[in-house]
Design a protein around this ligand. Structure first.
Ligand code: UD1
Length: 342
């Protein structure tokens, strides 16, 4: 059984990926500093899979801790690196916090992987690297645009660091550019755990539905889109998690000669903010209290993925739709309200 290190494995996408890895026969070790997650997620994962993943709490910026950790796990075959800060607004306010955390942790990780001959890395990137693309759907060949936040910039720089390092070392790496991950595992035992007021649309919707927030604001209805609200490619987090397993397997195969590859992870379909609201209401039989507000600064108008490379080269595609995702998000919010991870 191959051992995989999942950094940020108690986080939203990380925890779902741990489940998929375990269910595909991998042994998983989690490293997380719990800066934006809870150790209780380890137990939740165990409830789903029946296998308790090893968990180590430390910060990847701490090189000594990382060395000590690797001494205990000399047989790690691959790394899936999620651990990073991800709040766009906060990154504008505290850029150094973002550059330091997201990039130092990465270089530490690459360094130790090289020292210990660990040659496979899957990196968690974002469609934010495309900005507002000139052509839609956006493919992996679209030009990278100047990031509009330090957070987005850390994703761009991280891809470049990995590319440069892979070029001169034995590392093989795959960067996965996520579109908008939503929803939760069908068991509703794990899901997104936003701390404070959520920035993202779906947690804001579910918190409004449960009564934690009075009303939802739709940021702008004057975009050049059919209903005037912005369009995104919302992907079920379980589909997204499965892509990481496929990416890890791909690096074992000789066909994947490329040192560094990039794949878009999206559904290929765009949905507006109002589509999401309406689908949530219909799928769950709930009326949402929402108002139209001014555009949010930094938002792009519309973006959705060209999924051909992921479908044909990676051999992965999404299976779950928007309605399923929004039902699962609601089931998770209700479990949270009942104190499932308190
Ligand atoms: C943002 C980041 C992305 C990051 C992701 C995860 C940008 C351009 N994108 O995605 O890089 O990986 O967050 O944190 O910064 N909306 C509302 N009302 C709300 C919340 C959102 O109308 O209360 C709208 C937004 O204006 C947007 C859509 O819903 O049109 C999705 O927003 P959100 O979930 O925040 O994701 P992105 O902004 O696409």
């Amino acid at each position: 059984m191959a051992k995989i290190l999942v950094t940020g494995g108690t986080g939203y996408i990380g925890s779902h990926t741990v489940v998929e890895l375990q269910q595909s026969g991998y042994e998983v070790v989690i490293v997380d500093n719990l800066s934006n997650s809870s150790e209780k997620i380890v137990d939740q994962i165990t409830k789903i899979t029946g296998i308790k993943p090893r968990f180590h709490k430390f910060d990847l910026c701490d090189r000594e801790a990382l060395q000590k950790f690797w001494d205990e796990h000399t047989d790690i075959e691959g790394v899936i690196h999620f651990a990073a800060y991800k709040a766009v607004g906060e990154s504008v306010q505290f850029p150094l916090k973002y550059y330091h955390n997201n990039l130092v942790s990465l270089t530490n990780l690459l360094e130790i992987m090289e020292q210990r001959s660990c040659k496979k890395l899957v990196f968690s990137s974002s469609c934010t690297v495309y900005g507002q693309p000139a052509e839609l759907p956006v493919s992996e060949n679209a030009p990278i645009q100047k990031a509009n936040s330090p957070y987005g910039n850390t994703k761009q720089i991280a891809e470049e660091i990995i590319f440069d390092h892979a070029y001169v070392s034995s590392l093989k790496a795959i960067a996965l550019r996520y579109f908008n991950p939503i929803g939760s595992h069908e068991s509703a035992l794990i899901g997104e755990l936003p701390i404070g007021v959520p920035n993202n649309l779906v947690p804001f919707i579910t918190q409004t539905a449960i009564g934690k927030r009075d009303s939802l604001k739709v940021w702008g209805d004057d975009y050049d889109t059919p209903d005037g609200t912005a369009i995104r490619d919302y992907i079920h987090v379980v589909d997204l998690a499965k892509a990481h397993v496929v990416a890890m397997e791909r690096m074992d195969k000789t066909i994947a000669d490329e040192k560094f590859e990039v794949f878009n992870l999206g559904t290929g379909r765009g949905n507006s903010v109002l589509d999401v609201i309406l689908t949530f209401e219909q799928a769950n039989g709930i009326k949402l209290n929402y108002q139209i507000a001014q555009r949010r600064e930094g938002d792009v108008e519309k973006v959705w993925a060209d999924t051909r490379k992921a479908n044909e080269v990676l051999g992965w595609k999404t299976q779950l739709g928007l309605e399923t995702a929004l039902k699962s998000a609601w089931a998770w919010e209700k479990n949270l309200a009942e104190g499932i991870v308190d």
